[in-house]
Design a protein around this ligand. Structure first.
Ligand code: FAD
Ligand code: UDP
Length: 393
């Protein structure tokens, strides 16, 4: 007899585990299937050989303006409020970033330049554009060509393998700029790390769900062996449909952990800020030294260095959906298929193909779980589409 579940949930990231917890609390029997050997998705963290925390799949800076999301997650973790500080290294020096009055003072070489001076500079150089069609035009409209060339042009090309002109305005608009001295990377009201790490948060979330878990398992292997009413899918949307319309573009990242002893650096820290971005010809995009914000006291430290790569199916993981004209028509076709797929909910950064932050994903998962609880909809057929059948459809 095949075990019966109300919900099979594909993926144990924030999307999958929040839904599992909410549905479990409502009395539903859930199975979470995860192809990696751990829960937590891309937010997974662990300690290096010296006991220092690092973010395995790239830096994850939690921040939110949503009290609902914060209150919900606070049931599974205490927090350590932090200040995320980023600098840029280019043209042989470190720069204050995001662009603010301190950056302008470095640019013009006058430590006494005022906010009025900076505003006058911007008024001279920006290229006004109320509805920029791409990330280059968006940045030219905020900071003008000089600062765009210094901080955004090269970094964006390296990070995405495409010029800023090929990306939606929303990509570079994630980065704020300010005319006063203000070096906060984000505006959000609440900026904090889970006090005992993301992994502990995920363990608590999963324990509360009461769900069953299969790690190191592709959901396609397990479907023939279980029965379920509804499938919640948080993997890549094009993969679900067997890439029948062709693969969606994603960007991948190679992360290199570097562990250092105190002998290397006298002050116990390796770089001047939590994160340093490199828009120049270096082969990597950024380095992150988490010790700046974990509060861990140690003679050791570590850096995670990021090398951006094109995603190749089966070779590396899809990290970033690529918002821009090249993916627009294709994603619409997959979304149409997803709408027609009875008994399946597509949710999360990869299933929705949206550049979503953790708090947005948690907010959406809470909302979706509530909808599923009240109205599970038609039953899942129990099989996933075959590539051939979909290509004909
Ligand atoms: P994921 O975390 O990707 O989880 C999906 C899970 O599904 C994965 O574990 C995957 O292995 C599994 N899966 C896929 N296919 C299958 C299959 N066939 N069978 C079984 N399992 C499968 N957000 C922030 O708020 N702040 C940040 O600073 C931040 N930094 C980021 C940095 C990087 C480099 C990246 C890539 C993302 C960053 N994010 C950040 C975004 C954050 O990672 C996402 O919002 C969040 O992880 C999305 O959760 P998810 O559950 O939708 O997806
Ligand atoms: N960006 C840039 N220079 C920087 C930082 C960011 O050009 O020093 C652009 C780049 O295109 C990047 C986007 O702004 O992908 C969003 O930056 P963010 O730091 O939010 O990237 P993420 O943490 O999502 O990788």
């Amino acid at each position: 007899m095949r075990p019966a579940y109300d919900f099979v949930i594909v993926g144990a990231g924030f999307s999958g585990l929040v839904i599992a917890e909410r549905l479990g609390a409502a009395g539903h029997r859930c199975l979470v299937v995860e192809k990696r050997n751990h829960i937590g998705g891309n937010c997974y963290d662990r300690t290096d050989r010296n006991g220092l925390l690092y973010h395995v799949y790239g830096p994850h800076y939690f921040r939110t303006n949503s009290t609902a999301v914060r209150d919900y997650l606070s049931r599974f973790t205490a927090w350590r409020e932090v200040k995320y500080r980023v600098q840029v290294y280019t043209a042989g020096r470190y720069w204050s970033f995001p662009v603010n009055l301190a950056t302008y003072r470095q640019l013009c070489g006058r430590a006494d330049a005022s906010e009025a001076d900076f505003k006058a500079y911007l008024a001279r150089v920006v290229v006004p554009n109320e509805h920029p069609a791409n990330s280059r035009d968006a940045m030219l409209a905020c900071v003008g060509p000089e600062l765009y060339a210094l901080f955004f042009k090269g970094y964006t090309q390296k990070q995405w393998g495409r010029p800023a002109e090929a990306l939606d305005a929303s990509v570079c608009r994630r980065i704020p700029w300010r005319s006063e001295v203000d070096e906060r990377y984000f505006h959000d009201e609440f900026q904090a790390l889970p006090r005992d790490g993301y992994h502990r948060l995920f363990e608590n979330l999963f324990a509360a769900s009461g769900a069953d878990l299969r790690l190191e398992t592709d959901y396609r292997e397990i479907l023939p062996h279980v029965r379920c009413q509804h499938l919640v899918y948080t993997g890549p949307i094009d993969e679900y449909f067997g890439h029948c319309h062709g693969p969606l573009p994603y960007r991948s990242v190679r992360l290199q952990l570097e562990e250092y002893s105190s002998a290397d650096h006298a002050d116990g820290l390796l770089q001047p800020a939590l994160q340093v971005n490199y828009p120049g010809s270096e082969p990597f995009t950024r380095t992150v030294e988490l010790k700046h914000i974990t509060g861990q006291v140690s003679p050791f430290s570590n850096l995670v260095r990021e090398f951006s790569e094109e995603h190749v199916n089966g070779v590396n993981d899809p990290y970033y959906p690529i918002p821009g004209p090249e993916s627009q028509a294709l994603i619409e076709r997959y979304r149409t298929l997803a709408e027609r797929e009875a008994g399946v909910t597509f949710i999360g950064r990869l299933a929705q193909y949206r550049y979503l932050n953790m708090d947005q994903v948690v907010g959406a998962a809470l909302h979706t779980a509530e909808k599923l609880r009240l109205q599970p909809g038609p039953a899942f057929s129990g099989t996933v589409p075959s590539t051939a059948a979909r290509a004909v459809a």
